[in-house]
Design a protein around this ligand. Structure first.
Ligand code: G3I
Length: 316
């Protein structure tokens, strides 16, 4: 069996990973796996608003530029993550007391500067991230509260102007299956397309619990494809209640395989990105105490059943 990236290239899909700046620069084995196994990359944190523009007009490009250089050296397609998000947003934006016009200007400056800097080098932008709640209603945020739902169309148009070649996405979790939240995306996407707003795809983050790949994931992806959109699995991980036993790791392998097979079954699914590479750096235990081991490689940098699940699906 070849590497994941060789197999993915043969199938015409992307296999990506989220890469943390510290690990890319400070962990040679992590950096080696990133380049050897993955033909796409997302910066885990380095391209978020708080990392790039911690105070107004002051841009920190260090980690984002290093990430872009590493992706270029490794021949990886870049998913830019993320331009407009309520989280990891500096307080000068969230508590800035901006009027609608001012906030639109702030948003335009951020999107224009960031997407403009990397124009032509970013294949996909997660333009707006996590805009809906589980029941399909709008999530409150400084953007929604100040600008109403029009902030999404504004952000997409601003990103299109800054980088006309990037594919522009909306991205969220718990929208892999058909449910009120994915329905909200379906309705919004249809309405944006009707208005001629530049939207190219829907990113399904796919942060799963072991054994819980939605049964209707493929059908859900297909309904977005049928609207004329691309879809992508953008942040796959499968968390296990610790300690993980062999049976659970095997189940996780089946889940990884099923997710990749769902993507391969839908023509307009561009690929699968895993949210990290090795278990020890995952965000999961910090946010879900007692859960862990969510990624394809273990703490010894050895492939797990999750890795082989991806491999088997790609070898198809
Ligand atoms: O930058 C500070 C650093 O200065 C400080 O020394 C360190 C000490 O804890 O914290 C650093 O910030 C952390 C940051 O990651 C960078 O490492 C934050 O505490 C930590 O909360 C943050 O977590 C990130 C999380 O997004 C924040 O919401 C995770 O690494 C990242 O994997 C996670 O990714 C998100 C996607 O962007 C969107 N979808 C969900 C996904 C998982 O939550």
């Amino acid at each position: 069996q070849g590497t994941l990236r060789d197999l993915a290239e043969a199938r015409g899909v992307e296999i990506g990973a989220a890469l943390g700046a510290d690990h890319l620069s400070g962990d040679p084995e992590f950096a080696r796996l990133a380049g050897a196994e993955f033909n796409a990359a997302t910066a885990e944190n380095a391209m978020k608003w708080d990392a790039l523009q911690p105070s107004r007009g002051q841009f920190n490009w260090g980690n984002a530029d290093s990430f872009m250089a590493s992706a270029r050296a490794d021949g990886q397609a870049v998913r830019g993550h993320t331009l407009v998000w309520h989280s990891q947003l500096p307080s000068w934006v969230s508590d800035g007391g901006f009027s609608p016009d001012q906030l639109r200007t702030v948003m335009g400056e951020h999107i224009g500067t960031v997407a403009g800097r990397y124009a032509g080098q970013v294949a996909y932008w997660d333009v707006a991230n996590e805009i809906f709640l589980e029941d399909g209603s709008w999530r409150g945020s400084v953007f929604y509260d100040t600008l109403g739902e029009g902030f999404v169309a504004d952000a997409l148009r601003m990103a299109d102007q800054a980088d006309p070649n990037a594919k522009l996405y909306l991205n969220d979790y718990n929208i892999e299956g058909i449910n009120p939240k994915s329905d909200a995306y379906y309705d919004l996407a249809r309405s944006l397309l009707e208005q001629g707003v530049p939207l190219d795809g829907i990113g399904m983050q796919t942060h799963l619990i072991n054994g819980q790949v939605p049964h209707d994931m493929r059908q859900n992806m297909q309904r977005f494809a049928d609207l004329g959109l691309d879809v992508a699995v953008t942040e796959l991980d499968v968390r296990i209640q610790m300690p993980a036993d062999q049976g659970e790791l095997q189940q996780q392998g089946q889940d990884y395989r099923a997710v990749m097979e769902n993507c391969l079954a839908v023509d307009r699914c561009v690929g699968v990105t895993v949210w990290g590479i090795v278990d020890q750096y995952s965000w999961v235990p910090d946010v879900f105490p007692g859960y862990g081991a969510p990624l394809p490689f273990n703490e010894q940098y050895r492939p797990k059943p999750a890795y082989y699940g991806l491999q088997q699906a790609l070898a198809g």
